[in-house]
Design a protein around this ligand. Structure first.
Ligand code: F6P
Length: 342
């Protein structure tokens, strides 16, 4: 990341760099995130944030903090020129301001399984133009390349906000003394990195290209890459995105053979698309293995997609593994030449 010598107030930065309607929405999201941070910082003193409170989607229970985050962002976006919202926490789109010109698709709380562990969690959002007419699911089904803005809030040891309006990816830090975000840096993803992120517990279910790629990394300097690699997997995508914006590397949540994971786990509209926009604007790349994420036309608001993103040359290499028919490799990971063979 290129750190600026001076920092700039988020509001001033947005006024100078974003159209007024987009700036208003980003400022409203930032203000709402600060209310959410206040709740997170209190941990269990504010009640059991990780308590299961509802069925959620696909049998994954909704946690108390998921519901609080959802309501906080919805309340914060009222009066900010937003016509409607799609949230991971709601089956159907929600209409907000009839006169609004923009739509927001949001995962209010990414990394819910980390809440009780006091590990970094976050928020991911996408801002789109609102087409004329009522707020229906169809209004949100726009390819990621059409996003007006995207961002992540990262609630870690410090709170950061990475966002783009299509002119690079800016990094802002929440100043705890003033409760305001200050823009501190422009992200530029390094090409050189030896870190990869994937949940290896799913290895036996991966498709052949993913197995072949990861196996080559794990073989390190004794394998075809002639170089050692290191693995990082937080379990909160926002934290992996933020690390990759600063240090490079690659993140994979691919398709696998588990029921319901044929298209990976992450949601196209409010997870993969905004992350792809941030990553591309920082010089990286994002793919589903075959297609650039930003070119995929969504067919449903909660549709899933395999997601691979990070340093450009690494992502391009993985696309080659997919393209070169490594699909045919049947050898189970680690069993043929892997270091972890028992
Ligand atoms: O649902 C999104 C998410 O929690 C990401 O934040 C994270 O990278 C991933 O899923 C973790 O999935 P798993 O628990 O399968 O490793």
């Amino acid at each position: 990341m290129t750190t600026a010598t001076t920092t700039e107030d988020l509001g001033a930065f947005l006024a100078a760099n974003a159209p007024a309607d987009t700036a208003r929405v980003l400022a409203a999201l930032a203000a709402a995130s600060i209310r959410l941070v206040d709740r997170i910082r209190h941990g269990s003193l504010a009640g059991a944030l990780d308590a299961d409170v509802g069925p959620g989607h696909d049998g994954v229970p909704q946690k108390a903090l998921d519901v609080f985050a959802d309501q906080t962002f919805i309340d914060g976006l009222r009066g900010a020129g937003v016509r409607g919202i799609v949230s991971e926490e709601r089956d159907d789109p929600l209409a907000l301001d009839e006169a609004g010109t923009l739509l927001v698709a949001i995962d209010p709380l990414d990394g819910s399984s980390n809440i009780d562990a006091n590990v970094t969690i976050g928020t991911v959002f996408s801002v789109l133009d609102a087409p004329p007419g009522p707020v229906t699911e169809a209004a949100f089904l726009q390819a990621g390349a059409r996003q007006r803005a995207a961002g992540i809030f990262v609630y870690g040891p410090h709170v950061s906000f990475a966002f783009t309006v299509g002119r690079g990816t800016a990094i802002a830090i929440l100043d705890p003394d003033t409760a305001t975000y200050r823009v501190t840096a422009r992200a530029a993803i390094p090409e050189q990195s030896s870190e990869f992120a994937i949940n290896v517990s799913n290895a036996r279910r991966w498709s052949a290209p993913v197995r072949a790629y990861i196996e080559d990394l794990i073989e390190g300097d004794e394998g075809p890459r002639r170089q050692n690699f290191n693995m990082r997997w937080v379990g909160s995508m926002v934290a992996d995105v933020y690390r990759i914006l600063g240090r490079g590397g690659v993140y994979l949540y691919p398709e696998d053979s588990r029921e319901g994971y044929e298209h990976g786990r992450l949601r196209l509209l409010y997870e993969a698309s905004p992350v792809a926009f941030l990553i591309e604007q920082a010089g990286g790349a994002a793919t589903d293995g075959f297609r650039r994420i930003l070119e995929i036309e969504p067919k449903a608001a909660h549709e899933r997609t395999p997601l691979i993103f990070g340093s450009k040359t690494k992502v391009e290499r993985i696309v080659r593994y997919y393209g070169e028919g490594v699909m045919e490799i049947e050898a189970p990971l680690f069993a043929t030449r892997g270091l972890l063979r028992r």
